[in-house]
Ligand binder design. Structure first.
Ligand code: BGC
Length: 414
């Protein structure tokens, strides 16, 4: 209905002979609804409005975007896709293959994206040589966050091995502190799991298990150890964890109800939005082990009719990759800019660490895509893994059974 209305208005204007100047419009589907996220997306809304755009907001709450992706499928199936959609990783390619994405190459070329984006990020944004998405940031997933006062009061340093993490957690538990703030949602279980796979197995193992889906790696003794560590960590979570949203888990660390959270650096956006200072109120460190799990947020434009909508898509794409947005947005969001030419002097110690580690892991070959945040695998394979991870975490399934189920689920997912 909406598209028909747009077409009619512009047709009438052309028929009347008036000069038609497109007025940029965009209906934007995203899942940025927590405190830090909302503050971040407001930056884009403001820039869009300042540049003459009219933004129709379509927020779909739910961490990691599972609910947003369900809403997207319904809209596309109904033949009425939103103009712009928060979409990332292989899902971009999957939608491209459906023939529903708009080509934004003209903007990308005019703005010289190829010169300012790392090749690894640009690769995710291109579909058969055309530009099909605009990158917003780089989120690191393998982080551990801590309440600084709790650690100091209990004589605990940020752990640099999983043994140290477990020892710290036991000590905290004995002192009556919840060691690990966690929300029992499948994607949060997967987020912890991939950090443990990287830490316990190392970057090569991560690549084999969660990117190449090598059956030997999936059923290896190392994967058994990973599930053992997940079982140990289940014991560090409070009993009310089921269904809890990730930002409520972050609030537990903020408020001193829990010591640690393992979560991507959108958690830092929550700490910052609440006025907390890194290095003083809260601490950040990469989870134990080498490597870096990246998660690049991006927007894809869907095929829609109407000059106003297309002008909206072009304007959005241009602003998203523009240097001013990349700086201000990422200062709020907890991530770092996708562009390599944005100075980081106003960014905090966690962001600086992220940028340094991204550079060094890229050189070392241990800069790896997050499976839990849709960067490594197609939806069916990622979903098959997450189902087993969450079933294990929420039951008394043995590690041996979990690895077998993991390998079977992956094999049956194609
Ligand atoms: C997204 C982040 C978002 C987080 C929690 C991740 O998958 O990349 O931008 O803040 O999910 O919803």
């Amino acid at each position: 209905m909406k598209r028909f209305a747009f077409a009619t208005v512009s047709t009438l204007a052309v028929m009347a002979g008036s000069a038609v100047v497109a007025e940029p419009q965009a209906e934007v589907l995203h899942w940025w609804t927590s405190g830090g996220e909302a503050k971040s997306v407001a930056v884009l809304q403001e820039e869009f409005a300042t540049n003459g755009g009219t933004w129709t907001d379509m927020p779909v709450a739910g961490g990691a975007g599972d609910a947003a992706m369900t809403a997207l499928r319904a809209r596309v199936l109904a033949g009425n896709p939103p103009t712009a959609v928060q979409l990332k990783g292989p899902a971009i390619q999957e939608w491209y293959e459906e023939g529903v994405l708009a080509d934004i190459s003209a903007v990308a070329e005019a703005e010289g994206w190829a010169d300012v984006l790392p090749a690894s990020i640009a690769g995710h944004m291109q579909c058969e040589g055309t530009w099909c998405a605009a990158p917003v940031n780089v989120h690191r997933v393998d982080w551990i966050w801590a309440n600084a006062d709790i650690l100091a009061a209990n004589g605990i340093e940020m752990p640099s091995t999983w043994e140290e993490f477990n020892a710290a957690a036991e000590k905290l538990q004995a002192a009556g502190v919840i060691p690990l703030a966690h929300g029992g949602q499948a994607w949060q279980d997967a987020t912890v799991f991939e950090a443990v796979v990287l830490g316990v197995g190392g970057p090569e193992f991560y690549q084999k298990a969660l990117v190449d889906l090598d059956p030997e790696a999936l059923t290896s003794d190392t994967m058994v150890q990973v599930f053992d560590q997940m079982r140990t960590m289940r014991g560090y979570v409070d009993e009310n964890f089921s269904g809890r949203d990730w930002n409520l888990a972050t609030a537990m660390v903020m408020n001193g109800e829990a010591a640690f959270q393992i979560m991507g650096d959108w958690a830092k956006g929550e700490f910052l939005a609440a006025g907390k200072k890194p290095g003083e109120d809260f601490l950040c460190a990469s989870t134990p082990g080498d490597g870096y799990l990246y998660n690049v947020d991006s927007f894809a434009m869907f095929n829609v009719e109407g000059d106003d909508n297309r002008a909206g898509q072009d304007l959005l794409a241009k602003l998203i990759v523009g240097p001013s947005f990349q700086k201000v947005f990422n200062l709020n969001k907890g991530s770092i800019p996708a562009r390599t030419d944005v100075a980081l002097d106003e960014f905090d110690i966690c962001a600086t660490l992220s940028a340094e580690d991204m550079g060094s892991t890229s050189d070392a070959g241990s800069l790896l895509p997050s499976y839990a945040h849709g960067m490594a695998l197609r939806g069916a394979q990622a979903g098959a893994i997450t189902d087993v991870v969450t079933a294990h975490f929420n039951s008394d399934m043995s590690s041996a059974d979990a690895v077998q189920q993991l390998a079977d689920a992956v094999a049956n997912s194609y």
